[in-house]
Design a binder for this molecule. Structure first.
Ligand code: ATP
Length: 324
């Protein structure tokens, strides 16, 4: 479990102070897959660096697996060795070492107590790189390099995996394969995954919960489905709306089908009952990890417009006036 209690982080700059994190209160439970979402400069990396003990908070307390992180650097290093694995955007592999040796290095640093060779073979199998054990990083694709990164991060059986923009440098197909691999690892190990990202796609495909950050503060902490159905913060709205329909039209509404019993017949029944004209501008289905949500952007015209909207709402369709 990761806990932040009233954590502030202030960086001293030449002439001023920069508040990178302000009053962060947060609990991440064991086995959760949490996305930390925000624009550049929001404070995401600072949050991660505090979790892994690379930096200290200016005030407040951080507790990782019941261990309070004080200014004791030895404890932080121990935690990195034993409870936290980390993967990075640019993989951070040692290029003069083979895949096998890159993973072995992690075991050497952790002073792995059991048979290292057996563990390396196990890890190579887990990340799907058994046939690449003697290859060098420069001969691997980006996705394969990140698989090595994942193998190395998991070497010493950590209970937490921190991912800092870990798929931002990959094309969308390769990123999807890495998210699938992480889901597979999660189902086998129940490891806690914290994924720092500015990409809404990762949240959609991988996460159960999302924490949205803006200018050093947490502005939203919610389950992923709620983020898509009713985003609360301006950051999540703008990240989501950038994916959707951007044109301003009169009488434009966003209809959200998120309940299992809400289907298209509701709209056709509504048209028949209230004699309205419905002009469908755009439709999209978002597939989440275990669910899906339908979005329909429609212009609704006619005398009974208000009653029609009420009817839709009563039939578990969310209706929002759509103004970008
Ligand atoms: N060591 C440092 N010294 C001074 N300021 C820093 C330091 N590290 C981060 N900052 C500042 O703290 C703020 C938050 O930075 P942080 O890297 O945590 O944001 P981020 O959300 O991870 O952004 P990005 O996605 O661009 O990495 C930024 O204004 C950044 O310039």
């Amino acid at each position: 479990m990761i806990e932040f209690k009233s954590v502030n982080k202030i960086f001293d700059q030449k002439k001023s102070k920069l508040v990178a994190l302000r009053d962060i209160n947060l609990t991440i439970h064991d086995g959760e897959i949490v996305g930390i979402l925000g624009y550049s400069g929001a404070g995401k990396s600072t949050l991660v660096r505090l979790i892994n003990g690379l930096i200290q908070p200016t005030s407040g307390e951080i507790i990782v697996n019941k261990e309070s992180l004080s200014t004791d650097k030895r404890k932080a290093i121990d935690r990195m060795r034993h409870t936290i694995g980390m993967i990075f955007q640019h993989f951070n592999l040692i290029h003069s070492m083979t895949v096998y040796d890159n993973i072995k290095l992690a075991l050497d640093i952790a002073k792995y107590p059991s048979d290292k060779h057996t563990r390396i073979i196990e890890l190579l199998d887990l990340v799907g790189l058994s046939d690449k054990k003697d290859s060098y990083p420069k001969t691997l694709s980006g996705g394969q390099r990140q698989r090595v990164g994942i193998g190395r991060a998991l070497a010493n059986h950590p209970s937490i995996l921190l991912c800092d923009e870990a798929t931002s440098a990959l094309d969308s197909k390769t990123a999807l394969e890495i998210w699938d691999l992480l889901k597979d690892i999660h189902s086998k190990t129940n490891i806690t995954i914290v994924f720092i990202t500015h990409q809404i796609e990762v949240i959609k495909a991988l996460c159960d919960r999302v924490i949205v950050m803006d200018q050093g503060s947490i502005v939203e902490d919610t389950d992923v489905k709620s983020l898509f159905v009713s985003p609360q913060s301006s950051v999540s709205k703008s990240l989501l709306y950038a994916e959707k329909y951007e044109q301003n039209l009169p009488n434009l509404y966003e209809l959200i089908y998120s309940h299992k019993n809400a289907d298209e017949t509701i709209l056709s029944n509504c048209i028949k009952t209230y004699g309205i004209d419905v002009n469908i501008k755009y439709a999209k289905t978002l597939k989440l990890k275990t669910d899906s949500i339908g979005f329909l952007y429609v212009q609704i015209e006619g005398l009974n417009q208000a009653q029609a909207i009420e009817y839709l709402k009563q039939h578990q369709v969310e209706v929002n006036p759509y103004v970008f």
